[in-house]
Design a protein around this ligand. Sequence first.
Ligand SMILES: *Cc1c(COP(=O)(O)O)cnc(C)c1O
Length: 224
Amino acid sequence: MAFLIDPYKKIQTELAGYNAALVAVTKTKPVEDIMEAYQAGHRDFGENYVQELLDKQEALPKDIRWHFIGHLQSNKVKYIAPFIHLIHGVDSEKLLLEIDKQGKKLNRDISCLLQIHISAEETKFGLDEVELKTIHENIAARKIILDKAQLKGFMGMASFTEDNDLIKKEFSHLKVLFDEYSTLNDQYSILSMGMSADYRFAIEAGSNMVRIGSLLFGSRIYHK
Ligand SMILES: *Cc1c(COP(=O)(O)O)cnc(C)c1O
């Protein structure tokens, strides 16, 4: 498998109509595939695993904007802090504070998104609405003081289901939350939602950043 240029162009054209950005998700894919997309002009790539990201970052051009889209453990923030462009999956105060701490050490702003749990599934990570509210209250009350961690918006994943109405409902719900919190936080500008199977529903619901892997690089085979 390699980079699929025709689907790429088609998706980019579609996204342009919605002013939505594309993060090309390359987990499990070789650096050769990423280079093909890079040569086609793409610069935003998403990875889920820290070690895999570090290896690829080392091997690939330095003007790539790397997005961390997986579940990030606090003790691993320090490895990606020097170069990461956007951390999509912040789902605890602890992680947010660790990102801030590493940003301070490096004197580097680190952009991040709060991951919100919107799906009916138990398994997916993310903040529930109470936790979301608490984080914002703590920031407002200066119980949490962020210096270098820059909150830029929200990320969410819909249920993995054939029920399109449910998917649309979950994305619309996240968009409502995003609009609500955006009125209070003028730094909020990114709503990251939508993957290969559901990105059309996501952009119709107001997503402005989609994370697409399989449609661009073929399906993934895991060797575990
Ligand atoms: C793997 C992954 C994607 C991309 O999935 P595809 O179905 O291949 O498009 C998007 N977001 C997250 C968080 C992922 O883990």
